[in-house]
Design a protein around this ligand. Structure first.
Ligand code: 8YV
Length: 327
């Protein structure tokens, strides 16, 4: 009987997934769910044939270069792979996989929730009630902005961007998008989406902008201070992608000066640290990176990880191999 591959998992995963992994592989779990220290991570990479990290594990070049020769697969639990140095992994012949597709709907739902919460001041209203300071209904109090009839600019029309577009259409918004490549005409028609080849021109005309592109070297600070300044002052920003896509310092400054109406942020540039100036603003809704956080989604993600490991260690191409060229 073939020896089972040694799989090291860095965080606590759903029970059913851990059980399945234990059945299939020689699995080392992390029952405490405390992120591994760099030293523990290095130890893991010295013994694991397969490493299962999450977004909280920074797998940089130094770690990859110091990894033992037995490490053949990094099967990440999550879709974004910006925490892994893909080039260093490729150079070492280590395959990287992720879990695309299964968190699309959940993340699009959360984006819609953030969009509504930001434009309609949901979190602020909740804080008011909880504070005991609410003095009663008033015709001009707690007014937000209508979203129907407004222009939503989606930066990154991939799976999540498209799922968001469908939801926003149902809320009566008009859909605009910028992408490196224009999407298939059929999809564009289905979403009734207008393509902007110029991000700058799109930004200058939107009522709400949603970030749905991955964080790559090409999208780091894509919403730079210069671009944020193109937004009209009544514009809202929603981000369920990665904090690094927006210059958070510039965004915070503009939000506090009222140069942007508000922001709904599920992700931050230096998670879990959040710019203290953001915490003091009322026109922002802040969530702790929970875009894909559903019980069902976590199980689906885990199943994808299991399939990727099983296929790979059985000697076949894993379904969700990440290729740098496609990012
Ligand atoms: C996950 C995410 O919670 O998949 C991603 O890219 O950001 C989240 O859905 C996280 O990455 C799990 O590792």
């Amino acid at each position: 009987d073939k020896k089972k591959p040694l799989v090291v998992v860095t965080r606590k995963l759903p029970d059913v997934i851990e059980t399945r992994m234990m059945e299939l592989f020689d699995t080392r779990l992390n029952p405490d769910d405390v992120p591994l220290t760099p030293a523990q991570m290095q130890d893991a990479m010295n013994v694991a044939e397969v490493l299962v990290p999450t977004v909280t594990d920074r797998i940089d070049r130094a770690l990859i270069e110091a990894a033992g020769p037995q490490l053949r697969l990094i099967a990440s639990f999550g879709t974004g792979v910006d925490h892994i140095d893909l080039k260093a992994a490729r150079e070492r012949g280590i395959v990287v996989t992720n879990t695309p597709g299964v968190l699309t709907e959940d993340t699009a739902d959360m984006t819609m929730a953030l969009l509504l919460a930001t434009a309609r001041r949901v979190a602020e209203g909740e804080r008011l009630v909880r504070s005991g300071q609410w003095t009663g209904w008033g015709p001009t109090t707690m007014l937000g902005h209508r979203i129907s009839g407004k222009r939503l600019g989606i930066l990154g029309m991939g799976r999540i961007g498209s799922a968001l577009a469908k939801r926003a259409r149902a809320f009566g918004m008009s859909i605009h998008y910028h992408n490196r490549r224009r999407v298939h005409p059929e999809l564009e028609q289905e979403l009734e989406a207008t393509y902007w080849s110029s991000l700058d021109q799109m930004l200058a005309r939107m009522d709400i902008v949603s970030i749905n592109c991955p964080h790559t070297p090409a999208t780091y600070h894509l919403l730079s201070e210069r671009r944020l300044k193109l937004l009209r002052p009544h514009c809202y920003i929603v981000n369920t992608s990665r904090g690094e896509v927006i210059d958070e310092v510039a965004l915070t400054r503009m939000l506090s000066k009222g140069e942007i109406a508000g922001a709904g942020l599920d992700v931050f540039e230096h998670e879990p640290a959040v710019n203290p100036k953001l915490l003091r603003l009322d026109n922002v809704v802040l969530l702790p990176h929970m875009g894909s956080a559903t019980i069902e989604g976590r199980i689906d993600m885990g199943e994808k990880v299991v399939i990727n490991i099983k296929t790979f260690t059985d000697g076949h191409a894993p379904p969700d191999r990440v290729l740098e060229a496609l990012l």
